[in-house]
Design a binder for this molecule. Sequence first.
Ligand code: DX5
Ligand code: ZN
Length: 218
Amino acid sequence: MPRAIISPSVLASDFGQLTAECKRMMKDGAEWLHMDVMDGHFVPNITMGAPILTSVHKAIPDIFMDCHMMVANPIQWVDDIADAGGALYCFHIEATSDPLSVIKKVRSRNMQVGVAISPDTPSTAITDEVAEASDMLLVMTVHPGRGGQKFIEACVPKVAELRARFPEKNIEVDGGVGPKTIHVCAEAGSNVIVAGTAIFGAQDAAEVIKQLKASVMA
Ligand code: DX5
Ligand code: ZN
């Protein structure tokens, strides 16, 4: 299995202090920062887009921005996110009928590619061809749209299915993940862990990051 990576979701941070919060997470042991981009179409909420990511990247040039694109037209934002300094562009398979074209475009802009599935989407929606062309597969463990929701354990078998098919790929879980729910995710084979509330809401974020990482490596 690939290495453990913790990617705190900044959706749970104080947006007024966004760059300071990202720096704090990196200091506390986070390898990536999870940037939830919502467009008000694919999901009802609107969060942030390329201008904010540009500012964060300018303030922290060595940040790895794991961009979770909850957008209705994934190909539309590839250039903007690449220009903003995005390191990984993860789009939803439900949002496109032509995932391979999105992947090609993301690659042409030298970003890593992720493909996400929402709770109601089966793991088989990610074909071998799509997975092979991607760096990361994201199994959502809540319905996309907002932070602080309850972990849906019924999504976990999809992690195991994808891990069995793709032993070398990064497999990310996102939604309601924290010290109480990490074990099933890790056991099923996820190695990239997104946590918003569990990390930003903690007294000691460094301790939670350490704990999550240790669970994946166990
Ligand atoms: C939900 C987002 C998640 C969310 C995670 O649509 O994709 O990244 O912010 O937050 P928690 O960990 O609080 O569920
Ligand atoms: Zn997310």
